[in-house]
Design a protein around this ligand. Structure first.
Ligand code: SF4
Length: 254
């Protein structure tokens, strides 16, 4: 059994897997994959060691890590461990190393800041108001993200236009508003494209995607979605907000 067989149900597994549900070859798939490869190669040529993949360990980011490995690009990979992730998400760190020999650098929030926030507002502060939820994201995500991106000139994300109305205009390359380029190689990919690539390239993925969680964040702020719900409906589901945490400021509309 491979190291990540427990993470990534193999093609042909029971019909409830994300692959069985979503993987579909659609017209233009090969062109979209070729474009993503070209965008990544050009970003590497332009930025070299200044380029970083910021991976959420979600399925789009796993596809991007696979593309980087297939293209032989030595781009660094980093992720944020907020201290509130599911074990299924953290299990992808050794899976990436086993599959592609790439070590993911983990950035964690400042412990004292987390302890202070919890001491002042409690463990369930995110449910009390949008302000407290965003403050929690600020402590656990934005501060370590700023350290992750320090000294980088460009970062790669898994943003896709289809993910939400807020992301409907995501380009392949855009300024991040902080002086860097943000590279979105999967900007024009569909959900079917993502899973077709996972299936055909045997990409390991988070087991929670098989439990109707298309978008996975921190455990307290992620739930499964129901049939017909938006892609990001399971993120901060108690809020009437844009379902964003501040990592992608250029696509906020509120
Ligand atoms: S997603 Fe939830 S737990 Fe994670 S940092 Fe934001 S508010 Fe805090």
């Amino acid at each position: 059994m491979s190291d990540f067989a427990t993470l990534s149900p193999l093609p042909g597994s029971p019909a409830s897997t994300a692959i069985a549900l979503y993987a579909r070859h659609t017209a233009g798939h090969e062109e979209r994959v070729a474009t993503a490869r070209r965008v990544l190669r050009q970003a590497h040529e332009q930025h070299g060691a200044g380029l970083l993949q910021s991976s959420s360990l979600g399925v789009e980011d796993m596809v991007i890590t696979a593309l980087l490995a297939q293209e032989g690009l030595p781009t660094d990979i980093a992720t944020l461990d907020t201290g509130a992730l599911h074990p299924q998400t953290l299990a992808l760190l050794p899976a990436i190393e086993a599959r592609w020999g790439r070590r993911v650098t983990v950035f964690a929030p400042a412990q004292e800041a987390v302890l202070s926030f919890v001491r002042d507002h409690g463990e369930r502060a995110m449910y009390e108001s949008i302000e407290l939820r965003k403050a929690c994201c600020g402590v656990r995500k934005l501060e370590p993200l700023s350290r992750m991106l320090a000294a980088r000139s460009a970062w790669i994300t898994g943003l896709r236009r289809e993910q939400s109305a807020n992301r409907a205009d995501v380009p392949h390359v855009e300024p991040d508003g902080q002086g860097r380029d943000k590279i979105n190689p999967l900007a024009d990919w569909s959900w079917a494209d993502v899973w077709h690539f996972v299936q055909t390239h045997d990409v390991p993925y988070n087991a929670l995607h098989d439990e109707f969680m298309p978008s996975i964040g921190c455990a307290p702020c992620t739930r499964a979605i129901a049939v017909g719900e938006d892609f990001r409906a399971g993120r901060w589901w108690w809020e009437e907000s844009a379902k964003e945490c501040g990592l992608h400021q250029t696509h906020h509309k509120n």
